[in-house]
Design a protein around this ligand. Structure first.
Ligand code: ZN
Length: 395
């Protein structure tokens, strides 16, 4: 039984604590809420009324009558508030408005250069977000939170990027502080791969507690969900597997200054470079994907080998984290099964049988929507937390 007779140690209210039982969206009666909390029916009724007053909970169609008058049921009202979800990439950004269930209500994407610096890019984000909200005919005061993904490491507690290699001008920039000068709502910031892991889980694996999302694109990284929680580590770089050494590439230099990094062998640009060394014209990861789609044998073999290299590093990850799902996304996942076949080949051969007995290694289901969906989840998780509900009630 959850003790929600009082607010938590953080000083949250009884209503926001009760809401935690309702936020899964399943309809419940006052009686069932009383039974599962041990609170008096009158207390439950008052707290449900408070949540209905905020619009966060609304009546739903009652279950079939068993003869007498059926009890009234209540559930989360996903349309009560909206959140903004932004995926800021190196050269492209997408922003969406979603409801509290993560359903996209409006979306806009356009090329941006992250190297323009935080004020230019975040200014674009605020303007584009407000335009979407206005276009939906929604009120700006309905906005509950903003989730932002950026292509670099982020100190999650402060929302400040930390030494991001491809984001000049962003180091230690107070992203939430700047955005809140324009929109006075909580702003949550995380790196792109972490939010992709959240998005992938929300869309395709909501019941899975242990999941790794691996992004293979210009760089290589992963987001780790363990015990149902995103694992960021002490500095926010947990899952940063791109610079783990792979035996095959011991002499290949990496932009980080080391040699033999996974990213220097198996990223899109690395595969393209390997093909050029064979005299094949390939200038980018996209070129490699196009060659694979046309059935070019050399490109297929190169992508499969990249999959094996990634599998070598993932074998260690599987031993450490013991995930039940490894989802492979990022632009190189568009090369289809060849990349994943290489990953499977090594992971299933080299891992302990118990670790792989039920391990699923698949292409990302959320694909290019993973990041925006995950940014929405980041915002929603915060907005619907006990502290988030109290803040909504106070506004
Ligand atoms: Zn490196």
């Amino acid at each position: 039984m959850v003790d929600i007779s009082r607010g938590s140690a953080l000083g949250t209210s009884g209503a926001s604590e009760l809401f935690q039982l309702l936020r899964d969206g399943a309809p419940r009666t006052r009686a069932s809420l009383a039974a599962s909390t041990g609170l008096a029916r009158s207390t439950i009724a008052a707290r449900v009324d408070e949540l209905m007053g905020l619009g966060l909970v609304s009546p739903v169609a009652d279950a079939a009558s068993t003869g007498g008058r059926p009890p009234s049921q209540f559930a989360l009202n996903p349309g009560a508030r909206i959140v903004l979800a932004a995926d800021l990439g190196a050269s492209h950004a997408t922003i969406a408005v979603t409801d509290l269930a993560g359903t996209v209500l409006a979306e806009h994407g356009e090329p941006i250069d992250i190297a323009q610096g935080p004020e230019a890019v975040l200014g674009w984000m605020v303007d584009a977000g407000l335009a979407l909200i206005d276009g939906l005919g929604r009120d700006r005061h309905e906005l509950a939170a903003i989730g932002v993904g950026v292509p670099g490491p982020v100190e999650h507690s402060t929302g400040r990027p930390v030494n991001p290699p491809i984001m000049p001008g962003w180091d230690r920039f107070d992203v939430p502080g700047w955005v809140q000068q324009h929109l006075e709502v909580p702003v949550l910031v995380d790196n792109d791969v972490n939010i992709m892991a959240l998005g992938e889980r929300a869309l395709a694996w909501p019941q899975v507690e242990h999941l790794m999302f691996v992004k293979v694109a210009t760089g290589i990284g992963s987001g780790i969900i363990s015990g149902g929680l995103l694992q960021r580590g002490a500095q926010g770089i947990a899952g940063d597997i791109g610079h783990v050494r792979v035996a095959r590439g011991s002499d290949v230099p990496c932009h980080c200054g080391n040699r033999g990094c996974l990213e220097a062998l198996a990223s899109g640009p690395a595969i393209a470079r390997a093909l050029r060394e064979q005299g094949i014209e390939a200038n980018s990861g996209n070129d490699v994907v196009e060659l694979v789609k046309r059935g070019d044998i050399d490109a297929i073999q190169a992508v499969r080998q990249a999959g094996r290299d990634i599998g070598e590093v993932l074998t260690a990850c599987v031993s450490l984290v013991n995930p039940s799902v490894v989802a492979i996304g990022g632009s190189m996942a568009r090369a289809g099964e060849h990349l994943i076949a290489g990953v499977r080949e090594v992971v299933y051969t080299r891992s302990m049988p118990l670790a792989t007995e039920h391990l699923v290694i698949v292409a990302s289901a959320a694909a290019e929507n993973a990041a925006v969906l995950g940014a929405s989840m980041l915002a929603i998780h915060h907005a619907l937390s006990p502290e988030g509900i109290d803040a909504l009630a106070a506004r």
